[in-house]
Design a binder for this molecule. Structure first.
Ligand code: PAF
Length: 281
């Protein structure tokens, strides 16, 4: 049996109010659909951590800085409902545009600092779009916990910060990146890769793993950066937007892994922008 689909906010509110008045905890997994094993691992974590689980599917126009990217984003609602069926989730919330952004909608949630760098520097307005929709989804679902993948590491920091800054009573839970056997981080965007480009894609992660190992051994960051970029470009990527060593908590740039650090990258392959990040040390 497919998971029950809910399209209106009033229906969602009625359900959640009922659950909470019986003392049940509620988990929410915000998604834009095109569900893969990475999303399903978040659903599994939510099922294990909460009495009731809501998945949200909304392709948020405000977080796409490129209209073509928005148009091309995979839309697979029926498949998504089928993939969710075995998990026995309590609701799949699929609001439409006017439910999320009614006429006259004028509020923007902007998290300072954290959003100026990495993906934020290359995708103007992206994180405001994410922060705005995620604030709404937190408030609409009134969930006790929200589950996000570490795959979007900067997003995870942004949503954690906004919940804290706005006193939204929700615990943000980060879950590990799920990878294909060849190391490619699972992403809805992988569906956009041609068969040929798909065979080149794992080189991004392979080059990052090599760089991380050599950083831990005390290698020079500039040399290792140049070597990794050359390897990624040799594999067929057209541009490495960034490949940075950053502090896990503040995302400030580091030259060596002297505190908990992460290597984060974004690169273009055959017209598709892929991102990845790994712990260093
Ligand atoms: O990670 C995503 O799929 C989206 O950015 C999110 C968190 C669902 C907000 O639209």
């Amino acid at each position: 049996m497919s998971a029950p689909i809910i399209r209106s906010l009033s229906e969602l509110r009625t359900l959640v109010t009922g659950w909470k008045s019986s003392g049940e905890t509620v988990g929410v997994v915000p998604t834009m659909g095109a569900l893969h094993q990475g999303h399903l691992s978040l659903v599994q974590a939510a099922k294990e951590g909460c009495d009731r689980v809501i998945i949200t599917i909304f392709i948020n126009p405000k977080q796409f800085n490129n209209p073509e990217d928005y148009e091309n984003y995979p839309r697979t609602e029926n498949d998504d409902a089928r993939k969710l069926a075995p998990f026995g989730v309590d609701a799949v919330y699929v609001p439409d545009g006017p439910t999320m952004y009614p006429e006259g909608f004028a509020t923007n949630v902007s998290v300072g600092g954290l959003t100026d760098l990495l993906c934020g520097a290359h995708r103007p307005g992206h994180f405001d779009g994410v922060a705005t929709v995620v604030s709404k989804l937190f408030l609409q679902s009134q969930a006790n916990r929200a589950y996000f993948g570490e795959k979007d590491f900067q997003q995870l920091q942004v949503v954690t910060r906004l919940a804290r800054d706005l006193d939204i009573p929700i615990e943000v839970v980060g879950c590990p990146t799920i990878r294909e056997e060849d190391g490619l981080a699972m992403s809805s965007r992988n569906l956009l890769l041609s068969d040929r480009a798909r065979t080149w894609a794992p080189e991004l992660n392979a080059a990052m793993e090599e760089m991380a190992d050599e950083l831990v051994m005390g290698g020079n960051i500039a040399d290792l950066h140049a070597k990794a970029v050359a390897r990624i470009e040799r594999a067929g990527f057209t541009e490495v937007e960034y490949l940075d060593l950053r502090a896990c908590d503040t995302l400030e740039e580091l030259t060596a892994p002297t505190r908990p650090a992460r290597l984060l990258a974004a690169a273009w392959l055959a017209g598709v922008r892929l991102i990845d990040n790994i712990a260093v040390g």
